[in-house]
Design a protein around this ligand. Structure first.
Ligand SMILES: [Zn+2]
Ligand SMILES: [Zn+2]
Length: 320
């Protein structure tokens, strides 16, 4: 990372200032650092899985007090008046404020955000446990909750990494039969400890062919451009394939999947404020925790290399 001179924004009447305690490291931080999406603004301070303590509050802040422990994810603000915001889907706001773009992110020692996007952390979650939930956690919890209202479905989680290792835990806790779909061997034991009842090796064509029409729901947590027809074939009629990763890809699939078999191809974007708070409570109540590697903030460059090499098992959290 380069040395930045990014400054804290001014403390508005609805804002809180947080002293950062811990910050998870997400693949999106790498995308931002490399400007893979063409939206980065430099100097850039990454970090959007932030756990901190409130050290100052604007005069109109309601419901948060100095000293309180809160978490901030990808969103640090929204207009709160567009149709999406009015429908409680502020994660889909037309003019979102993103933690590392509009603001200094959680690699800083202090950040300032709209207090309505600073979520109280339940007692049952430690700082290290809470941090990764604020982006990775809600990103997989939200589609499982929204798109799978009934339990007992056959769910496949594609990829066991920062997102996938939490998706396996949530999906099994929600009462689904869960399969981890992994490239090659090496993560089966971990995947089963996270709640998968079976594993499928996506590099084994025979295994993939045998699994055709075996799933009601596939959650794709990897950021790779896959052979989407193969994955659509794994679904039963009326099944849903949902992406939460953002591969730089244009997806083309035979129309037969959509019309003839009524399969749904969709995606899901983090989660609303309500969904984030629900997810935190659900995680604490059901003891769903990320598998965390703790590293001090001054080893951030080494941590970023580990993440880029795909060696983070399964989430690095930087501590102040
Ligand atoms: Zn993220
Ligand atoms: Zn809005």
């Amino acid at each position: 990372m380069t040395q930045g001179r990014a400054r804290l924004n001014t403390l508005g009447p609805m804002d809180v200032e947080l002293r950062v305690i811990a910050c998870g490291l997400c693949h999106s931080d790498l995308h931002l650092i490399n400007d893979d999406w063409g939206i980065s603004e430099y100097p850039l301070v990454p970090g959007h899985e932030v756990v901190g303590r409130v050290v100052a509050a604007g005069e109109a802040v309601n419901g948060l007090a100095v000293g309180q422990r809160v978490g901030v994810g990808w969103l640090c603000g929204a207009c709160l008046e567009c149709p999406s915001c009015n429908a409680g889907e502020d994660n889909l706001c037309a003019v979102p404020k993103r933690t590392c773009l509009a603001n200094v992110g959680g690699f800083a020692s202090r950040i300032r955000v709209d207090s309505r996007f600073a979520h109280p952390i339940p007692e049952g979650l430690s700082d290290l446990q809470a941090a990764p939930l604020l982006c990775a956690g809600v990103t997989v919890y939200s589609p499982l909750k929204r798109l799978l209202p009934r339990s007992g479905r056959d769910v496949g989680v594609v990829g066991v990494g920062g997102l996938g290792h939490l998706a396996l835990q949530y999906a099994s806790h929600m009462g689904h039969e869960v399969t981890a779909i992994i490239r090659g061997p090496g993560k089966e034991k971990d995947a089963k400890a996270m709640g998968a009842s079976s594993c499928l090796d996506s590099t084994d064509a025979a295994q993939m062919a045998a699994a055709e029409a075996g799933f009601d729901f596939l959650l794709v947590t990897v950021s790779a451009d896959l052979d989407w027809s193969v994955y659509m074939s794994l679904l039963r009629a009326n099944g849903t394939l949902c992406l939460v990763g953002m591969p730089a890809a244009t997806i083309m699939v035979p129309i037969e999947f959509l019309v003839g078999e009524q399969k749904i191809l969709t995606g899901s974007s983090i989660g609303s404020r309500d969904m984030t708070r629900e997810m935190l409570d659900y995680s604490a109540a059901n003891e769903i925790y990320p598998w965390v590697i703790r590293m001090p903030m001054d080893r951030v460059n080494e941590a970023l290399r580990i993440l880029a090499d795909g060696e983070a098992r399964y989430r690095i959290v930087l501590t102040a």
